[in-house]
Design a protein around this ligand. Structure first.
Ligand code: GUN
Ligand code: ZN
Length: 433
């Protein structure tokens, strides 16, 4: 596909210019521009103007009256090979890993499986309106190559890295420190900063890495400024107990990572349910983020994330599907689950806080807000067009809704990939297959 040089998309533009406050259904920082043209040149946003004003010049025009135009969603924690185990019955985290997940990831040792899986995964992300993602592939170096190659073919912004595991996992999924360090270094040199790709040093979680491997991961981060670090943190109570048994000298689970040099402003920690105030302060001081994964937390029975405490401590919170622990790649479904998790805690999550966490908030936490997460001039034109009401039930609810927040909250709660009308990545329209 070629990039049309000048592209104009007409619809209702929605993005954020500031962080919306908790519980406020009418906050400053929501930028709502109904019936506007969004203007794109050479893959970047160059402006917006009301549709009633004559659009001068030579633009390739696509009109979506009454449809929402949003920045593409950012999924800050998702496992590409785990599409194969999504919706697996009957287990909590540690059993789920050994029963379902590790066998599925072991199949990625085969090139053909890793190659086809990467394409299937990225096409599925796009079909759900997600144009950027922070991804766990597998421990196999070639699975990382296949994922990055497929992302580059689609022009997507993907952050990923080889999973590190050298203990407490099946032998065919374990590496060793020397081999892993060599492979990660080669992958960083090959992929980090190429096209729209970035490398993340990817520690699966503390129980599957020896102290020597954690120290090696810390060395990689220190040696390569700008790379990310991703891992799991304090997801499940049995997991937390196991970490205390394996690392008796650490004050907390987070402290295991911090002690290895794996806590900074490019760290993405999935879950963070079972934390204390000292952990939250340390995360905030470091500028690290929590990738909150509500669908996964409900499905695996992991716990109810305390978003308010994270927010109060100043920790950045983004949203993540965590497929295959999560049961949908849809960030709308993820937001709906986040609302329900907060409701079980006696809190109310507005559509604004949820949408911000899946767009500009995630981009800021990744230090990529000049590039993704908004419809700002200069940003990449990663843009999705949404139908806010599909089907008789949603249409009736939409018709009766009072005000913008109520309409968008209903869309967020009832919508999924069937609501997506079109997706553009860096100004190129992508097939929704
Ligand atoms: N902890 C360690 N590995 C995983 C994983 O693959 N998924 C989830 N949800 N938690 C993990
Ligand atoms: Zn995960």
């Amino acid at each position: 596909m070629t990039t049309p040089q000048r592209l104009a998309l007409r619809g209702d533009l929605l993005d954020f210019t500031a962080t919306p406050g908790w519980g406020d259904v009418d906050p400053a920082g929501v930028r709502w521009r109904p019936d506007h043209w969004l203007l794109v040149e050479a893959g970047r946003i160059v402006g917006a103007q009301p549709a009633c004003v004559d659009l001068a010049g030579d633009w390739v025009r696509h009109e979506f009256p009454g449809r929402l135009i949003l920045p593409g969603f950012i999924d800050t924690h998702v496992h590409s090979p785990q599409l194969d185990v999504i919706a697996s019955y009957g287990t909590e985290l540690l059993d789920w890993l050994t029963t379902h997940t590790f066998p599925a990831e072991a199949r990625y040792a085969e090139e053909a499986v890793a190659h086809a899986g990467a394409a299937r995964f990225l096409d599925a992300l796009l079909a759900h309106g997600t144009t950027s993602a922070v991804v766990f592939p597998t421990v196999h170096k070639r699975s990382v190559d296949h994922l990055f190659e497929a992302a580059a073919e689609r022009g997507m912004r993907v952050v990923a890295g080889k999973i590190l595991m050298d203990r407490n996992a099946p032998a065919d999924l374990c590496d060793d420190v020397v081999q892993a360090e060599r492979e990660c270094t080669e992958l960083i040199e090959r992929w980090h900063g190429r096209d729209r790709l970035a490398y993340a040093v990817t520690v699966r979680f503390a129980p599957t890495s020896s102290p020597a491997q954690l120290a090696m991961a810390g060395r990689l981060v220190a040696r390569h400024p700008g790379v990310y670090m991703q891992t799991h943190l304090a997801e499940n109570r049995a997991e937390v107990d196991w970490v205390h048994a394996l690392f008796p000298d650490a004050r907390s689970y987070l402290d295991v990572y911090a002690g290895a040099g794996l806590l900074d402003d490019r760290s993405v920690f999935a879950h963070g349910i079972w934390l204390d105030d000292a952990d939250r302060r340390a995360l905030a001081d470091a500028g690290a983020q929590i990738a909150h994964s509500p669908s996964s937390n409900l499905f695996l029975g992991s716990g109810l994330f305390d978003w308010r405490a994270a927010e109060a401590a100043g920790v950045a919170v983004s949203l993540a599907s965590d497929v295959g622990g999560g049961t949908s790649l849809s960030m709308l479904r993820t937001m709906a689950d986040a609302y329900k998790v907060q409701a079980l805690r006696g809190e109310r999550l507005t559509a604004w806080v949820a949408l911000h966490a899946a767009t500009r908030g995630a981009a800021r936490a990744l230090r990529l807000d000049a590039e993704i997460g908004s419809l700002e001039v200069g940003a990449a034109a990663d843009v999705c067009v949404w139908d806010v009401a599909v089907g008789a039930v949603a249409q009736q609810r939409h018709y009766l809704a009072r005000g913008l927040h109520e309409r968008l909250f209903a869309w967020m709660t009832l919508g999924d990939d069937r609501n997506l009308v079109g997706a553009w990545v860096a100004g190129v329209r992508r097939d929704l297959t």
